[in-house]
Design a protein around this ligand. Structure first.
Ligand code: SF4
Length: 359
């Protein structure tokens, strides 16, 4: 099926969540598109990203004490995978099912999550006057910033905020001398600073520790000061305001660069990205006018697009797609999630390739 984007009805974003802040800071237009499409992505994500939601849910259930032993775990894990697979089927992504055949590390991640069962301190425990709150909602007084904190551990005056991550927490950074060192990703740091300030707004007390925990149960501490928390909180509010002002004035801008756009699920609706595709061939997405469509003896279909002075070949479409493509000769389309071949300007389709007709 060839998809089409109709008129986009932009609307104000009511609230910014700490987990969304960094992405919004890098390209606020992405957040506006997400809001306009009611947060329904226009492209599928990788099977790993879908599986991440199951892993996070399992961590949540373990932390809440709903899943307490291995038997509970096995039942609930299968249940969560089943729910996700049904969702994928219903959304037309049945090619990802069964998930365990799509993911190399399915079993390993299941074992890693299971190990969290034995870690008493991350489970609910009311001994020694320690209070554990999992998945607790915190929002600012004006409700403009809000989100669920994975785990808050209150032990007298010691308060720890913990956020679980199912992917890598650190990344390579360069120091002043040009040497590489590992540091917690900036987006996670800022997320935690916002949680810290939300906690303060609600309790008049700052947490004493901010931590990130990965699947392998490694804990990373994030250093912070109260001033930093306040600064990032003000920055988030200001960003929300300036972003919503754009809706009022209808003066949109975006930040189309690889690190922002590569994983943006609203690329088909982004005119700034489409413009970039006219001259930039570094993405696994292409745009061009259909010049020819050929069906080969093995049934495979190739499409030939003209983009400026460049001719692009996209191979391996299924034979059923011939008519819809052939009927659109001389129309401009954009195609997403392709694989680049060794030869320049030649691409082939993948399971998650999608086609959109350009206006
Ligand atoms: S495609 Fe890129 S520029 Fe467009 S909204 Fe997404 S991140 Fe921003």
């Amino acid at each position: 099926m060839i998809n089409k984007i109709g008129d986009i009805h932009f609307k104000n974003i009511k609230r910014i969540s700490p987990s969304q802040f960094y992405s919004m800071k890098n390209c606020a237009y992405k957040s506006l598109l997400a809001e306009a499409f009611d947060k329904k992505p226009l492209l599928p994500v990788s099977p790993n990203a879908y599986f991440g939601t199951v892993l996070h849910k399992m961590l949540e259930l373990i932390t809440k004490g709903v899943v307490q032993n291995e038997d509970d775990f096995n039942v609930e894990f299968d249940n969560q995978v089943q729910i996700l697979e049904n969702d994928l089927q219903n959304n037309g992504f049945g090619f990802f099912v069964p998930l365990k055949n799509q993911l190399q590390n399915f079993g390993l991640k299941k074992i890693q999550i299971k190990k969290h069962l034995r870690n008493e301190p991350t489970q609910q425990n009311s001994s020694q006057n320690v209070n554990y709150f999992s998945e607790k909602w915190f929002e600012s007084k004006d409700k403009l910033i809000g989100g669920k904190i994975d785990l808050v551990i209150e032990n007298g005056n010691d308060v720890e905020i913990v956020d679980f991550k199912t992917g890598a927490i650190t990344q390579d950074c360069l120091d002043d001398e040009g040497d590489i060192y590992l540091d917690v990703k900036a987006e996670y740091k800022e997320q935690l600073l916002l949680y810290a300030y939300l906690y303060f707004e609600n309790t008049s007390q700052f947490p004493t520790r901010l931590s990130l925990v990965d699947l392998a149960k490694q804990k990373f501490s994030v250093e912070f000061s109260q001033e930093e928390c306040k600064a990032v909180f003000d920055e988030a509010k200001n960003l929300l305001k300036t972003t919503n002002d754009r809706v009022t004035t209808k003066t949109f801008s975006a930040n189309p660069k690889e690190e922002n756009c590569k994983y943006c699920l609203y690329r088909p609706a982004c005119s700034f990205f489409q413009q970039k595709l006219e001259t930039d061939f570094s993405f696994n997405d292409v745009l061009g006018e259909i010049k020819d469509v050929k069906k080969f003896q093995n049934g495979n279909v190739s499409v030939f697009l003209q983009n400026g002075n460049n001719s692009l070949t996209i191979k391996n479409f299924a034979s059923e797609r011939f008519d819809e493509l052939n009927n659109r000769r001389n129309k401009t389309i954009s195609i997403y999630n392709l694989r680049k071949e060794a030869i320049d300007f030649v691409y082939s389709t993948t399971k998650i390739t999608m086609i959109y007709e350009c206006p």
